[in-house]
Design a protein around this ligand. Sequence first.
Ligand code: DX5
Ligand code: ZN
Length: 235
Amino acid sequence: MLRDLRKLPTDRVLVSPSVLASDFSCLGGEIVRAAQAGADVIHLDVMDGGFVPNLSFGPPVIRSIRPKSGLLFDTHLMIEHPAKYAAAFAAAGADHLTFHLECSDPAGEVIDAIRKAGCTVGISLKPATPPEAVFPWLEKIDLVLVMTVEPGFGGQSFMAGQLPKIAAIKREILRRKLHIQLEADGGLDERTVIPTASCGANLIVAGTSVFRHPEGMEEAIRRLHAATGVLDSQL
Ligand code: DX5
Ligand code: ZN
């Protein structure tokens, strides 16, 4: 199984199911179910009750589910002090750590802490943050995550106003010829994935629409993967 984000392709749609929408009473089984249904990586939403007005889980939970899956753990840190906790998440089994540019730690320090811990690095932008904010960091990171809802909760409506931001970041990635995963997170389903992938996002986070799809998880993931057909078409 591939657990190095740098080796994942950027020219097809990959699906990262968010376990926030899963049944936490059997989290290990839910991850196995997602892997069997065709998930490419697993999205783990970490919230500290400070950076976002919600709490989820931390390193002990990640450690407990690590033996259940060979898939890459795409860990989304919605926390104020990612530099302080990067080593703990890496030791628990996270392969990739995405932090928010709006957090309280300087971005350069967080990137160094994540690299030192041995993980690949992502930067996430909240809806109000402009695309240019991440441009100075592009050469130093492996992934950009554009939030298509306000971070903190699953099950919210997709914000179509974020599409131009996705396109602007993708154009810059292509202009500089960088191999960077462009990820979108929030309110994504078989319908909203179309404009999102058209604008250049290839790594699609989906919680509710995957774990609670009426026709099952395999069908949900298959329909998201099908958006490879429109990837980058609106650039
Ligand atoms: C929100 C999280 C998302 C969330 C997505 O703060 O970062 O990953 O779980 O959930 P859905 O797909 O239900 O919008
Ligand atoms: Zn997330």
